[in-house]
Unconditional design. Structure first.
Length: 305
């Protein structure tokens, strides 16, 4: 914080915009990371310029040892990083006829990527939890503004973003808050895609409905008990075809029709059980149809005679 203050890299909020101190922490952390990166590149460029080789395109073994001893982390630094900074300084030498003084002559103003460093926040700004049913998924919850210039804390809302964890993350690994990058008005981080404009429209509609309901509540309370109540019609039927008022259960019913043994609601006779007394046994049929109506005994005596 002291280094950023000396360089004038302080973070200020525009007039009329309401943000909490956790947003300030993210902005200050991002400024600190940019400052540390510039400091590392400045030391690297200074070490290369201090041990400038006779042939920038091909260093000798002794020149490699000298440059690695002059730059921060030189023994473990990849050779491609040193060669890239050497070509940058050689291009400046070809253009201006001299070597650059420091990194600020080689590079311009550093460009800062639009991102949210959630690692600088606490649980009041963002949380992440692994799913109980699927260990390969997690849920990230964070507060985002519903408009580009939030005027109060009411313009901030919680947004839930499901995350699909890569297979390289073990099930027992502890999850930490990721870094969100703003791409085209959207937030992206490990599969997160939360459309800011859609959330803003939904919040505006909800605020409009809430204000409308607040206006209707006093009117409803003032007119309570003064509205006429509908009188039910006897024997009527609702518009939807549902019967609302049936006949009076105490009214006398008409007697059943004559010559009927049962009530008018009885439509079927009970089935007759097999072997009951009501079943009639049909008469036996003759064995020979030709002898129908003749006496079997006389016919037998006639044949014997």
């Amino acid at each position: 914080m002291t280094s950023r203050g000396r360089l004038g890299w302080t973070t200020t909020v525009p007039v009329g915009v309401k943000v909490n101190d956790r947003i300030m922490r993210m902005a200050q952390e991002q400024a600190g990371r940019v400052l540390r990166s510039v400091k590392w590149r400045a030391d690297l460029t200074a070490g290369i310029l201090a041990t400038w080789p006779a042939d920038p395109g091909k260093r000798t073994r002794q020149e490699w040892d000298q440059v690695r001893g002059s730059v921060p982390g030189g023994p473990g630094l990849p050779s491609s990083v040193i060669k890239g900074r050497t070509r940058q300084a050689a291009t400046f030498l070809t253009t201006h006829g001299r070597l650059p003084v420091d990194v600020f002559e080689v590079e311009g103003v550093p460009r800062v990527t639009r991102m949210l460093l959630l690692a600088a926040c606490d649980r009041q700004q963002a949380t992440i939890e692994r799913s109980d049913t699927d260990p390969g998924k997690a849920l990230l919850r964070l507060q985002l503004p519903t408009r580009a210039d939030p005027r109060s804390y009411r313009d901030w809302t919680w947004v839930a973003c499901p995350i699909a964890l890569p297979p390289t993350v073990p099930v027992s690994a502890v999850l930490h808050l990721p870094t969100l990058r703003v791409v085209g008005g959207q937030f992206r981080a490990a599969g997160i895609l939360a459309k800011q404009h859609r959330l803003r429209r939904q919040s505006e509609r909800l605020h409009t409905k809430a204000d409308h309901y607040q206006q209707l509540i006093p009117r409803a309370q003032a007119t309570q008990g003064t509205l006429p109540h509908p009188t039910p019609r006897s024997g009527g039927q609702a518009s939807g075809g549902t019967r609302t008022n049936g006949p009076d259960p105490t009214a006398p019913r008409s007697p059943p029709a004559p010559e009927r043994d049962h009530d008018q609601h009885t439509h079927h006779q009970p089935p007759t059980q097999r072997g009951s007394a009501r079943r009639r046994i049909p008469p036996p049929r003759p064995r020979h149809p030709a002898q129908v109506g003749n006496d079997p005994g006389n016919s037998l005596q006639h044949r014997i005679a």
